[in-house]
Design a binder for this molecule. Structure first.
Ligand SMILES: [Zn+2]
Length: 349
């Protein structure tokens, strides 16, 4: 089968690989649609260390090709979504309520990390009954594939942010995860959602997904403007959706005492992330910093699919580019170099 791999740090390409085989609890899925993620670029740049011929990608849907002998609820031909994070559900971290951390810190992140990812004609899924979800007939592949990471991570930003109904929220950066955090904040009942973003097309999407106000950091001071919009109080929840030291610091500064800084960002460089001492109330301002990795698993995916089935949200507005798998090298270049105002690149198989 064909697979799109990271040959070594900084080098990608299409190669031939053998078909994966399922263990007794596992499944092999034939890929029908996938999305390229910013973290695929982080990985190719060496973010998780060196890898050799590792298949990239962690956002995909497909049809079940083969299941192991112990799989109960899925059979060949089922249309399925698989979360970007595929935990080991029997692990102690899972039993403790943190399945994304099963098998060690961030251990649920297996695709394109500790095993081959989904940019291939077929891919392997561990613990199929716990990690696959059937896609309802009324939900297209393109809609469903957004649940794997974008909805799951973005909504986590809102959920971990503990947003009060009618509360105030700022979402720092309106990339695809930030956009889904914006949508999540609206779904959670925020009374004011502020989107921080400078790119006009992303500002427009932010408004479409529920931002009431846009703050352009290239034109105004974000801290001043957010304080102005909240009568000097700061927001109940600041969601960091970029993964940069400066944005994280802004998030701490604009959060009111008692509020929550909810992080979804991936900090790909530097030794430290700094907390601004004074605005942190010298460590005593009752500001909570919440962190998390994209939640995975069947229950999570079924809930996200229900949001799409009920037409609460249309994530496909984020698809700016579509390529066939044969054009994967060009597709990756567009996503990696952020060409042509790209937001999300859809791959069809
Ligand atoms: Zn992703």
């Amino acid at each position: 089968m064909k697979a799109f791999v990271m040959k070594e740090i900084g080098q990608v390409g299409l190669v031939e690989k053998p078909m994966p085989q399922p263990g007794p609890l596992d499944a092999v899925v034939r890929t029908t649609a996938a999305l390229i993620c910013t973290s695929d670029s982080h990985t190719v740049k060496g973010g998780i260390g060196p890898r050799e011929n590792l298949t990239l990608g962690h956002e995909a849907v497909g049809t079940v090709h083969e299941v192991g002998s112990e799989v109960k609820d899925f059979r060949r031909g089922d249309r399925v979504l698989v979360g970007a994070i595929t935990p080991d559900w029997g692990d102690l971290a899972s039993q403790n309520g943190y399945p994304a951390q099963s098998g060690g810190p961030l251990g649920g992140f297996k695709f394109a990390n500790s095993k081959d990812g989904v940019f291939a004609e077929y891919f392997h899924v561990n613990e199929a009954d716990a990690n696959l979800a059937k896609i309802p007939d009324t939900v297209s592949d393109e809609m469903a594939v957004y649940c794997a990471d974008m909805l799951s991570t973005g909504f986590m930003g809102a959920e971990n942010g503990d947003i009060p109904i009618g509360g105030t929220v700022a979402v720092l950066a309106q990339g695809p995860v930030g956009l889904m955090a914006t949508a999540g904040a609206k779904l959670r009942g925020a009374g004011l959602v502020i989107g921080v973003e400078s790119v006009p097309s992303r500002q427009e999407l932010a408004r479409a997904y529920g931002a009431d106000e846009i703050v352009d950091f290239t034109k105004e001071d974000v801290v001043e403007r957010v304080l102005e919009l909240t009568q000097g109080q700061g927001v109940d929840t600041a969601i960091e959706a970029l993964g940069a030291n400066v944005t994280f610091q802004t998030a701490v500064k604009i959060t009111k005492p008692g509020g929550t800084i909810s992080n979804t960002g991936y900090y790909g460089e530097g030794e430290f992330v700094n907390i601004p001492r004074v605005e942190w109330g010298v460590g005593m301002a009752d500001k909570t910093i919440a962190t998390g990795l994209c939640p995975g698993g069947r229950l999570r995916m079924e809930r996200l699919l229900r949001i799409l089935e009920a037409k609460r949200l249309d994530p496909t507005q984020m698809t700016t580019h579509t390529f066939s798998f044969d054009d994967m090298e060009r597709a990756f270049e567009v996503a990696d170099k952020k060409l042509e105002d790209v937001v999300k690149v859809l791959i069809t198989f």
